[in-house]
Ligand binder design. Structure first.
Ligand code: NAD
Length: 544
């Protein structure tokens, strides 16, 4: 049975790009759709309304042998390529290294010349908080395995920020059976997480929130509490009361001191006003607050809290403000995620273009049947079905490794070809992946060979996925940790049930994690060397 023709575009690849762009801006998905902001402070899907309208029009006109070029959220050309080439090529927020600061970016943004794309915001493969729930679930599962015998039951886990990404923390912690206590300054964010059932309780009073969390810890209850407070105030109170969390981290938007982080010395309303009226004064308060924030984290670490940076660059901000030992606690990647990266594992995700949740149920079953021996994957699929409400297009994510992604992608293409799902499946991933990012304070922190800041790898990743025929490919700067701190690449590929898609899927879903395995083997990791040999990715063996 062949699938129906796309409704608005001349091919399913263009239609997929259009639907995923609109999905990024769906009110249930985006943090501030009216400003085109998807997540992560000011991570946008398009530069402005005019650019968005033009992208939509361009995708509707785009032929099956043409490619649309996007420069920092603005469409700039449609050029002849060929059927197997990406339909869209995206470059977001790239600055020449010597100019790669927020200050310079802000000037350009004011002039309308640039846009901040974060990771999946500007590359049109954000699927709401579920995307990060899996990564956060994996991280806390690794924390539990390393420090607490496999479960967070009876532990107090303190963090902050309930935004687009941070909103996943309460659910990921309770899925690992722990108690979550999370500070958030914007009340509507707490309410939003309550609505989507990621968070269990809102408590406004600091002491009441701490008391309830301690009670839950004592009883071994798995609950999450959003406390309406600044993170700095919560940590100060914990220290005053001598309450030491079992784990401690933070997901406020510290990567962006002007737009993302709210200083503890002023109210939210004052912050919103000062940011406009006197950005320099705001920045001073913001840096001072992050300095204090990290100093409290270090204090709690000394008292025994297992403390880690959750990828928002707050340690660097504190250090820039003069806190010399800000990096005394580790980032979450070297501490917990790198062994997974060595196996090519990372955040594989997919969305059903039909909009029908039944299509995701079919894919869930395929994945469950395909990897029966993978216990944490089986547990995740079960919990995700029970506890995760879809936002926008129904979608699923799970961490799959070298060999597995290819297998899953080809199986999905078969589902489309045989009409077991109602429309094509879009397959993508976060840029936070094994071979697609250079980010010395996060994904590539403390590499074995010291190659943390080498950015050839994400560039090669984007070139490779373009050559292999991904449906859209993006190259971004500054995602997660801010301007000057990261270079990363994204790819999305559409399973439309055709033979050509099958060949593209086989290439792209082998090569994309493959370059991650190769990157980690090159840096000297033994697990990656073994995986490279097993999957015929080792250059010397190939040439022998
Ligand atoms: P967001 O901007 O949507 O949300 C940040 C939240 O923090 C907001 O709700 C804001 O009100 C709150 N906040 C800011 N300052 C605060 C303070 N001092 N006290 C309490 N609350 C405060 O951002 P997001 O998408 O949730 O991302 C959060 C951070 O995590 C970003 O820096 C992002 O780059 C990083 N991140 C990490 C990972 C990872 O894998 N670890 C992944 C994605 C994003």
């Amino acid at each position: 049975m062949s699938i129906a023709a796309p409704k608005r575009c001349k091919g399913w690849l263009q239609e997929a790009a259009l639907l995923m762009l609109l999905n990024n801006l769906h009110p249930d998905v985006a943090e501030r759709p009216e400003e085109l902001i998807v997540y992560g402070g000011r991570g946008k899907a398009a530069r402005n309304q005019e650019a968005l309208d033009l992208i939509i029009k361009a995708l509707e006109h785009l032929e099956n042998d043409e490619s649309l070029l996007i420069q920092s959220g603005k469409p700039v050309a449609i050029l002849q390529t060929h059927e197997d080439a990406p339909r869209v090529l995206i470059s977001n927020s790239q600055l020449v290294p010597n100019w790669a600061t927020w200050e310079h970016f802000d000037e350009l943004e004011k002039k309308g010349l640039m846009m901040y794309g974060q990771m999946t915001a500007g590359s049109w493969i954000y699927i709401g908080s579920q995307g990060i729930v899996q990564g956060t679930y994996e991280t806390y599962a690794a924390v539990a395995a390393k420090h607490f015998g496999g479960s967070l039951k009876g532990t107090l886990n303190v963090t902050a920020g309930l935004g687009g990404m941070g909103g996943a923390q309460p659910l990921a912690i309770t899925m690992n059976e722990g108690v979550a206590l999370i500070a958030e300054v914007e009340e509507w964010r707490i309410d939003k997480r309550l609505e989507t059932r990621y968070l269990d309780y809102k408590i406004k009073d600091l002491d009441a929130a701490i008391d309830r969390a301690l009670e839950a810890k004592a009883k071994g209850e798995a609950i999450s509490i959003g406390v309406h407070a600044n993170a700095v105030h919560l940590l100060a109170r914990l220290l005053e009361r001598n309450v030491v969390p079992d784990t401690l981290t933070d997901q406020t938007s510290a990567h962006d001191p002007l737009i993302g982080y709210i200083p503890h010395t002023i109210s939210l309303a004052e912050a919103n006003q000062l940011r406009q009226s006197n950005p320099d004064a705001y920045l001073k308060l913001s840096y001072a607050s992050m300095h204090q924030h990290v100093a409290y984290m270090l204090d709690l670490q000394k008292h025994g809290a297992i403390t880690f940076d959750y990828g928002n660059n707050i340690r660097a901000r504190a250090k820039e403000d003069g806190l010399e030992n800000a990096f005394d606690f580790p980032g979450f990647v070297p501490a917990y995620i790198r062994p997974l990266f060595c196996e090519g594992k990372g955040p594989f995700r997919w969305a059903a273009l039909s909009g029908d949740p039944a299509d995701i149920a079919v894919t869930d079953q395929v994945i469950a049947d395909m990897f029966p021996e993978n216990e944490s994957l089986q547990r995740w699929l079960k919990l995700a079905k029970e506890r995760i409400a879809f936002q926008g297009l129904p979608a699923r994510i799970c961490w799959l490794g070298q060999g597995e992604r290819e297998k899953a992608g080809l199986a999905f293409n078969e589902l489309v070809r045989t009409g077991k799902v109602k429309a094509p499946i879009v397959i993508g991933r976060d840029h936070l992946d094994t071979g697609s990012v250079a980010s010395p304070n996060r994904e590539t922190e403390a590499m074995l060979d010291g190659s943390d800041a080498v950015a050839d790898w994400p560039l090669l990743n984007a070139l490779l996925n373009t050559a292999g025929g991904a449906s859209w490919v993006s190259l971004h700067h500054g995602g997660g940790v801010g301007m000057g701190y990261s270079i990363h690449a994204g790819m999305v590929i559409v399973a439309d049930g055709t033979d050509t898609a099958e060949r593209r899927l086989a290439r792209v879903l082998r090569n994309d994690p493959g370059i991650g395995v190769i990157r980690h083997a090159d840096a000297g990791y033994d697990i990656a060397k073994d995986v490279a040999r097993k999957h015929r990715l080792d250059l010397k063996e190939k040439l022998a």
